[in-house]
Design a protein around this ligand. Structure first.
Ligand code: NDP
Length: 326
């Protein structure tokens, strides 16, 4: 194996820089992967800019997702030449991640690339798409009605965009809540939103009018508090994110007077069986036209720091794929 390029953060507070690494620099792992693409998620933005302590070990190669070809494997599950996907499992946090031309990972983090997907499509989905699907699976398991719309917050972002597309393909009426509703309303309608509104404002009373059968919330904070007050009796909210804040200034009234459920979603340590189910459903539901809509840009590794600032500022629409060889 020859030297390869990777984005590296050497120590706490230092910037991410493109470096040439030697094969011996790679950490231990069962499977050596020649990485084709990674993607940009909100958490990658937090890690690259070190806005929050996402990175637990230095030096770190960030990037929570990757798709690539197996080069060497000590596991009987994966053979050289196979194309594989890895998302989460603390890559880019505790273990070196996908912003690299080569990666060494554990075999039990990997799933085979589904036949119907290209590498770019797999990373257009990435952690964001997996999280959107897991959120829908949680709503379904709770038992969600389509009598009233399902609300998606942070609608123009990665998780939000894919959640709208999936919910609409599954036949649910979807309301998209976005701070950019006036400028990208067409995009949200094209994804399948039946209605587009602005961000939710704080609501003083303990409960508000019952508007949504359920919700996928990527924003947290005050938005989630308002959301809980406006869910119909017996409905539920799948919360996966904190783009608007990690506090939850709520009361117990939505839970004890309206039987509302708050469901937590984690994609990082999600068990493999559930991931495989989610990827299967993503592959079935996301069609070429949706990939075209959702895929915002394919960027080279050295553009990741600039895009990281943009994603934290809520300026990225849909999904950004990172071409590790571009
Ligand atoms: P994006 O940046 O792509 O989307 C977030 C969206 O939230 C933005 O596009 C914007 O949408 C909205 N937003 C941004 N800032 C604010 C704000 N201050 N107040 C209200 N809304 C805001 O990020 P991702 O889709 O990658 O991730 C979304 C969230 O989900 C993040 O918090 C991320 O950490 C979390 N996440 C969690 C996972 C898990 O396993 N639990 C996995 C993946 C993501 P708009 O302009 O439309 O309002």
């Amino acid at each position: 194996m020859s030297p390869f390029k990777a984005l590296v953060i050497r120590e706490k507070g230092s910037p991410a820089t493109l470096e040439t690494l030697e094969p011996g620099d790679l950490p231990d792992g069962d499977v050596l992967v020649s990485v084709q693409y990674s993607s940009l998620n909100y958490k990658d933005g937090l890690a690259i800019t070190q806005t929050s302590p996402v990175i637990r070990k230095f030096p770190m190669v960030p990037g929570v997702d990757l798709v690539g070809t197996v080069v060497e494997s000590t596991s009987s599950t994966f053979q050289p030449g196979q194309t594989v996907i890895a998302t989460g499992w603390e890559m880019g946090e505790r273990y070196w991640g996908g912003y690299s031309q080569m990666a060494k990972v554990q075999a039990d983090w990997l799933i085979p690339l589904p036949d119907r997907l290209t590498g770019v499509e797999a990373m257009a989905i990435g952690t964001a798409g997996l999280t959107a699907m897991l959120s829908i699976m949680a709503l379904e398991a709770h038992g969600i009605s389509s009598d009233r719309p399902i609300l998606v917050t942070g609608a123009a972002g990665g998780v939000g965009s894919i959640a709208i597309a999936l919910l609409s393909r599954l036949g649910y009426p979807v309301t998209a809540s976005s701070g950019r509703h006036e400028i990208i309303g067409d995009y949200l309608h094209d994804l399948g939103a039946t209605d587009v509104i602005g961000r939710l404002e704080p609501l003083q009373p303990a409960l508000g009018s019952q508007q949504w059968s359920g919700a996928i919330d990527t924003v947290g904070g005050q938005t989630l508090a308002t959301l809980l007050k406006t869910i119909t009796y017996g409905g539920c909210v799948a919360n996966c994110g904190l783009a608007g804040g990690s506090n939850l200034p709520t009361t117990v009234f939505p839970f004890i007077l309206r039987n509302v459920s708050l469901l937590g979603i984690d994609s990082v340590l999600c068990p493999q069986e559930k991931r495989l189910q989610a990827w299967q459903r993503l592959t079935e539901l996301l069609t070429d036209d949706l990939f075209e809509l959702i895929l915002n840009a394919i960027i080279p590794l050295d553009h990741v720091p600039t895009f990281s600032k943009q994603i934290l500022a809520g300026q990225v629409q849909g999904r950004v794929v990172v071409d590790c060889n571009g």
